[in-house]
Design a binder for this molecule. Structure first.
Ligand SMILES: NC(=O)c1ccc[n+]([C@@H]2O[C@H](COP(=O)([O-])OP(=O)(O)OC[C@H]3O[C@@H](n4cnc5c(N)ncnc54)[C@H](O)[C@@H]3O)[C@@H](O)[C@H]2O)c1
Ligand SMILES: [Zn+2]
Ligand SMILES: [Zn+2]
Length: 351
């Protein structure tokens, strides 16, 4: 089969690799119908994720069709359409039983991390993929849900919801600020609506991203390159600050922005992946009763989000801005890498 193979920092190719085979009785083999590229894949290509080694097939998001199941797989059969979760979950270790499969302890890749596709084992940017723990890591897809909508349920929509909105304790009537309106920040903006906030403020340097945020449910947009942006946000509250501030960029500056916008008793929910230490003004935050949360997505809310998509309550197919065939993978990477120019949000790459 053909797959997108990582060959060290800056090096990748769409090339012939051996077809994946069942390795354990709980595996399934899935034909990839639609896959996509995540900002994390770009981090890997920069060399920021050393655990990814030469020869690894990248990708941790996708929708496909089951073509083979191991003898211990009970809930799936050949021909089932499935969402491939970015988190692999054995379903039985202590973390999986605590609904925290992001730290699954099972013996695939390296124990202690649920994100293994395109990281510790071969991923979804390929014609076929081996899926460990198939019963607990794949979600059967109802006929009415398109591949493009379902694609967002592998990673970005559960990430924005679980690590942004749910960790951020968003409640009816709240004012929520989201710093960074990329696919993850927009997922938080979209799923904030489930809790009925009074205002959702999208803060980003990029005018196009702020415009898109309005279509995804933001009530207000703020350009933080302009002087006085902070006063603009404060004027949208009672002057005391926002109830929840969600960091969806992953740099020290934007984390600090969140801690400066938060009201007493509020929650700063960090979603961004940070590569450098961040200063935490604990001397100011403690007396404001501010909570700071962090997290790696567990994707345990994928079934719930899928029900909302099936009923048309969420319409995440809007994320897809560009479409490619699998054998145009390199072009898809090029378009996604130049997102500021191409205005790419999510690229759908289909067979
Ligand atoms: N915690 C998790 O489980 C998890 C899962 C997936 C992704 N992530 C992380 O979430 C973050 C967001 O992911 P994404 O794919 O949406 O990223 P992205 O790079 O596509 O989007 C980031 C957005 O932030 C904006 N931005 C950049 N610098 C800014 C600044 N100084 N002020 C305001 N806005 C700024 C950009 O214009 C862009 O719109 C990344 O750090 C990613 O690694 C975390
Ligand atoms: Zn991802
Ligand atoms: Zn587990």
């Amino acid at each position: 089969m053909k797959a997108l193979v990582f060959h060290g920092p800056g090096e990748k190719s769409w090339e012939e690799v051996p077809d994946p085979q069942l390795a354990t009785p709980t595996d399934a083999i899935v034909r990839v119908d639609t896959t996509t590229i995540c900002g994390t894949d770009l981090h890997i290509l920069k060399g920021d994720v050393p655990a990814v080694t030469d020869g690894r097939v990248l990708g941790h998001e996708g929708v496909g069709t089951v073509v083979e199941v191991g003898s211990a797989v009970n809930g799936l059969r050949e021909g089932d359409r499935v969402i491939i979760s970015c988190i692999s979950s054995c379903g039985s270790c202590s973390y999986c039983r605590q609904q925290l499969p992001s730290h699954c302890l099972a013996d695939e890749g390296t124990s202690g991390i649920g994100w293994i596709f395109g990281h510790l084992i071969d991923g979804t940017q390929a014609e076929y993929v081996r899926v460990p723990f198939a019963d607990t890591s794949l979600h059967r897809l109802p006929a009415g849900v398109s591949d493009e909508a379902a694609l967002t349920l592998s990673d970005i929509l559960p990430t924005g919801f679980e690590i942004g909105i749910r960790n951020g304790r968003v409640k009816p009537g709240d004012v929520v600020a989201v710093v960074g309106a990329g696919p993850v920040g927009l997922s938080a903006i979209m799923t904030a609506q489930l809790y009925g906030p009074s205002r959702v403020v999208a803060i980003d340097l990029d005018a196009n991203r702020r415009e898109v945020a309005k279509r995804f449910g933001a009530t207000d947009e703020v350009d933080n390159s302009q002087d006085g942006w902070q006063d603009e946000v404060m004027a949208m509250t009672d002057g005391l600050g926002v109830d929840t501030a969600i960091e969806a960029v992953g740099i020290p500056q934007t984390f600090t922005m969140c801690t400066e916008l938060i009201r007493p008793g509020g929650t700063v929910a960090n979603v961004g992946v940070h590569g450098a230490p961040v200063e935490l003004a604990l001397q100011e935050l403690w007396i404001k009763d501010v909570a700071v949360t962090t997290g790696l997505v567990s994707a345990t809310t994928t079934p719930m989000l899928l029900r909302l998509v099936e009923q048309g309550r969420l319409q995440p197919e809007q994320f897809v801005t560009h479409r490619f065939r699998l054998d145009e993978m390199i072009d898809a990477y090029d378009t996604f890498t130049r997102a500021a120019e191409t205005q790419a949000m999510k690229v759908a790459i289909s067979r």
